[in-house]
Design a protein around this ligand. Sequence first.
Ligand SMILES: [Zn+2]
Length: 329
Amino acid sequence: MKEEDIRPKKNMLEEKRLRAEDIKHLMERKNEFVKIPCPACESDENRFKFSKEGFNFNECAKCSTLFINPRPTRDMLSEYYTASKSIKYWNDNIFPASENTRREQIFVPRAKKVIELCKKFGVTTDTIVDIGAGFGTFMEEINKLNVFKRAVVIEPSPDLAETCRRKGLEVIESTIEDAKLSGANVITNFELIEHLFWPKDFLFACSKILSKGGVFILTTPNIKGFDLLTLGELSDNIEGPNHLNYFHPDSLSRLLEVCGFEVVEVLTPGKLDAEIVREKILAGKLDISKSPFLRNTLIDQWETKGEIFQCFLAENNLSSHLWIVTRKV
Ligand SMILES: [Zn+2]
């Protein structure tokens, strides 16, 4: 998989323009942003790390989680998600145009991986719930595998919920906090908690609808992964207000434990870290004059070492794409 396949450069230029407009609009109310403690360990001690597009990214002094602080309020965020032109552009253009690639490269393997994990942990396969289902592509692939008796998607955005309904999926158009549901055997959510004002509330709500022994699987960026750690603020993934929280395996595991989950597996099956850093080097955006190892691995020996290096990162929990599998205690 290449980054260009899922984020075509020509679309991304337009998306960038619209995002700048969205942010300008939000920054007009910057004086209303609120300070929060660390979203992972709730410590009040955090220090300024860098500022990007007007957002301050602070690092928790206790657990090294990176997070936007101060941040837009819950209401401002929900308004942003309703009115954002850049998000609408993703939903109207980028996602549909790249859906086939995303299906093959992301959702088919993702569905297989989830089923594999369910088998590994011997979970009952009556009901699976996917939260923040987007286009519903993941759940379509789950249904094709014919393992679960009931598959439900929870999607608060009216447009996306409608897309899921048209695909014949069972949809609850709501947030998880308001969804009337219980007894789920498996809950999944992909790249969601980094967007949330206060992830702990969301995790508690998930814990409530999960049955005892049920499996809760989530993915999110790993701030201690290779490309995020190497690029820092240069990373395109570091973007407010879409991404507010950047956990790592330890900080997220601790938060999950507080919310009643037992962590049973931590994985970083990322495929793009090395390529993303390489692209930044080739574009002249990352100075590697003092990093001969990066030049050697990602430029000079790319053809023979690039893939091996990426595999090493993925296999040793050093990639920026984090999966955590937990069970309800
Ligand atoms: Zn912390």
